[in-house]
Write a protein that binds this ligand. Sequence first.
Ligand code: CDT
Length: 326
Amino acid sequence: MARRLTVGAAQLGAIQKSEGREVAVARMLALMEEGHRRGVELIVFPELALTTFFPRHWVERIEEADHWYETEMPSAATQPLFDAARRLNMAFHLGYAELVREPDGAGGVRTRRFNTAILVNAEGRIVLKYRKVHLPGHAAFDPARKVQHLEKYYFEVGDLGFPVVKTRLGKREEGVNVGLLICNDRRWPEAWRVLGLQSVELVLLGYNTPSINQEAKGWEAHHLRVFHSHLSVQAGCYQNACWSVAVAKAGIEDGAELFGHSIIVNPQGEIVAMADTWEDQLVTYDIDLDRCRLGRVSIFDFARHRRPEHYGRITSQVGAVEPPTV
Ligand code: CDT
């Protein structure tokens, strides 16, 4: 019997710098209500879904940016999402900026900032939390850039690894193996494989990706930005025999363009549903988790075919080295 789960990719249109969390939350609640009418059991919101993508804005002192972060979850502003989860019997995924104050071991307090995502079940309980590992961009104001991308300034590298949990979602009794990635993580096969090695069946992923690559020293055509995003998710799903719901923030935000194109991808690496606007848009699909089986028992049967004794460089080395000259 098929293990079905109706998922919703809840793409968000732009959230401007001037708009507060209550604006974003009201829009998310409207998408949850729409999802309920359409039978959605799990709805996925993007990375940093509560605010504008603030790493494009520079502040001299990082504390001036603390108002963009959540110090608790749920908070007064996000509690309506947790209430809606219970009322509508719908799990949700949310990306947000997290600020943690903890003892520094010397009698003081240290502040830590992460780019975080959580999975909240239909009882309103946080069942999975992940902090973004691959932080793109730069750590200081770059006068050469028209739009800043200061993730390395605003966030620490996540400290939770790439966890996967088996958790109940939707109508079915048995759990689903769920893992989370955040935006730039999707471009790194190592991240997908660490999830794959924990038998992940469903990868939830939010992103904010500019249409123009300001890192590029050469020309990168506009359409290739979308292609590379899709290529990464499709490859990750195929090579790890899992589904993914990859959800964008889209449109012109604070004058900068985010390309959208949210997708749902099956374990064969095929896109089965895609957003076609730059607005708030709910794309749904009835996924069959048993479709993960084929890859697992054939070409990507890890236990039979992987050769970790030859993969040492993956964990011992960061940058590429030159090969010997022969
Ligand atoms: N948010 C995020 O990770 N965005 C990156 C683009 C960074 S360009 C400096 C991405 O990989 O989509």
